[in-house]
Design a protein around this ligand. Structure first.
Ligand code: FES
Ligand code: MG
Length: 574
């Protein structure tokens, strides 16, 4: 017999249903807003955590969608309350939205815990918003459903389809190589992002919304619906109806986020050719749910999971095509032999039951297991004296000639140094040089920005070079590509080996064998370590200070050291 709560068992009953002085205050003040007993008495209170803001183009339709969600909540007999939270607009926020991910997770957890909330709809999609909202809701552990923003429609320039991020990098290189004009570049600027919605390539946004759906926290099919379609509004209302039912059924994140669910998300990300950022985010989400999950766990699946989504940057299409081809549900149906289909989802059904209804109608956009886009693994974890706690690379976007490489390091101490020197015509560099960027990790930057696809030096671009081996303690956008070794851990700012590498040292990369080393003796590395001067962060204040003091390294998910696990049970006295 499945659980059904009574109105007296709702958490919000303590605020609105009790018969005491405090509840008098709560009821009189909610009535001050204009609500009556008919609106709230005995009903589940649903928080709609809305990451809308004037500066987030990916969430620009959330002002409308929130009304559809409220409609669904009311239809199902709930009481919706919209609670705004920090927007994390990927393209605008410096030094990186990653520095704010944990803060949005804290804000989410605290909003849910401190107010009379029974369940939540989490409105996100732009890169870090999805993991942040899910991390916060996992720690709060009240019933929660994720509402994905949906991808924007395709871009266009002179008949060429444009995809966010990927085509920005591509045409930027062509501009610097002199192959397109400033006027072309301006036209591309006007044509690359034309509707609300998140990036429509397989960047971090599409990767993470799909991962959250595979975790079981979305309605089936929700992650693939383009932002501006009518289907998206209908899905919003259905989210509202579903969360009310999930509250009565007491269906909490802790009953959904099992190890099997995390494995489903990892398999999904790999089969999408998804963003490397997903590794950090899924490790962090898993740790909030009390599940130990590592990059090595990801890698184990990578050897078995083929790339099925033919979407840029690893493939050729965009999210709009993917939706029309059947979307994530169709892909999961193709993948079902690798999934834990018994995993519970937020609608009360299993993942297997959810994917059973899907239709697959384009075998180019969504491939079958025996006809993948590529069987080159989507992820490789590297270990060696340059990355004792690991580094990662995305072999599916690596130039095959660079899979095994030895070359001379050219070291940039930080991003400012890189920007100042990379296009210097006198830079001592050729296509075999290994570009190294340090000072770009979680503590160093801070926030581990997406600087990991280091630009190719201008003089090499003009000579036709489009890929080189690049190594950093940074992340890389999911829309980026190339032979980029990322997430080197521990990072240079905390004394990791990247800090002792010097220009001219020989670097050895072997992706098939999973190694990354600097050709130096341990005694030489130790001697150099003794000379290191720790970076001075004494001028830090506010969020930056809190972040630098408590952030963990990339291989642990970059969460704060005080946030792992589910929150404390709340005292009845509150
Ligand atoms: Fe928001 Fe890409 S900028 S998803
Ligand atoms: Mg991105």
């Amino acid at each position: 017999m499945s659980t059904r709560l009574t109105p007296e068992q709702l958490r919000s009953h303590r605020w609105f249903g009790a018969d005491d002085l405090r509840s008098f205050g709560h009821r009189s003040r909610i009535k001050q807003i204009g609500y009556s007993e008919e609106d709230f008495a005995g009903k589940p209170v649903i928080a709609i955590i809305n990451t809308w803001s004037d500066i987030n183009p990916c969430h620009f339709h959330f002002k409308d969608r929130v009304e559809a969600i409220k409609r669904g909540v009311i239809q199902a007999g709930g009481f919706p309350l919209e609670l705004p939270a920090i927007a994390l607009a990927e393209n605008f926020q410096k030094p990186s939205t990653m520095m704010y991910r944990n803060f949005l997770s804290m804000e989410t957890e605290e909003l849910l815990r401190s107010y009379p909330i029974d369940g939540a709809v989490l409105m996100g999609g732009c890169d870090k918003t999805s993991p942040a909202l899910v991390m916060g809701a996992t720690s709060a552990d009240y019933p929660a459903i994720f509402f994905p923003a949906g991808p924007m429609m395709k871009g266009c320039w002179k008949g060429n389809v444009l995809g966010s991020g990927s085509d920005t990098w591509k045409y930027w290189d062509e501009l610097r190589a002199g192959n397109i004009t400033e006027c072309d570049w301006r036209d591309i600027e006007n044509g690359i992002a034309r509707t609300p919605g998140h990036c429509m390539t397989m960047g971090t946004a599409s990767t993470m919304t799909s991962a959250v759906e595979a975790l079981g926290l979305c309605l089936p099919g929700a992650a693939s619906i383009p932002a501006t379609m009518a289907d998206h509004s209908r899905m919003a209302a259905e989210c509202g109806r579903t969360i009310v039912d999930a509250v009565w059924a007491d269906r909490r994140p802790s009953s959904i986020l099992t190890r099997e669910a995390v494995e489903n998300a990892a398999v999904t990300v790999l089969s999408l050719g998804g963003s490397t950022n997903a590794i950090i985010h899924l490790i962090a989400i898993a740790r909030r749910a009390g599940i130990a999950f590592s990059a090595e766990d990801f890698e184990e699946f990578a050897a078995r999971v083929p790339l099925l989504a033919n979407i840029r940057p690893a493939g050729t299409h965009l999210m709009e095509d993917y939706y029309d081809a059947g979307g994530l549900l169709a892909q999961l149906k193709n993948l079902r032999s690798l999934l834990n289909t018994d995993a519970l989802t937020i609608n009360g059904r299993t993942l297997g039951e959810n994917i059973e209804v899907s239709d697959h109608c384009d075998t180019d956009v969504i491939r079958t297991m025996d006809d993948p886009v590529t069987s080159v693994p989507a992820l490789k974890v590297l270990k060696g004296n340059l990355c004792p706690d690991g580094a990662i690379v995305k072999p599916s976007t690596v130039n095959p000639q660079r899979m095994v490489h030895r070359g001379r390091a050219l070291v940039f101490d930080n991003y400012a140094d890189l920007k100042a020197r990379i296009d210097d015509p006198d830079l001592d560099v050729d296509e075999t040089t290994v570009l190294v960027l340090r000072g770009a990790g979680p503590v160093g930057a801070p926030g581990m920005p997406e600087w990991g696809m280091l630009p190719i030096p201008k003089k090499l671009l003009e000579a036709g070079v489009r890929d080189m081996v690049r190594i950093s303690d940074a992340r890389m956008s999911g829309t980026s590509y190339g032979t980029c070794v990322l997430h080197v851990s521990p990072e240079s700012a905390v004394g990791g080996p990247l800090a002792v590498v010097r220009t001219g040292d020989e670097i050895s990369l072997d992706i098939p064998n999973g190694t990354l080393d600097v050709v130096l003796s341990e005694s030489e590395m130790e001697a150099r370590r003794q000379q290191l001067v720790a970076p001075d962060f004494s001028a830090d204040r506010g969020f930056v200070k809190l972040y630098r003091t408590h952030v963990e390294q990339a291989h642990l998910g970059c969460d704060f050291d005080f946030l792992a696990g589910v929150g404390n049970p709340e005292p009845e006295i509150w």
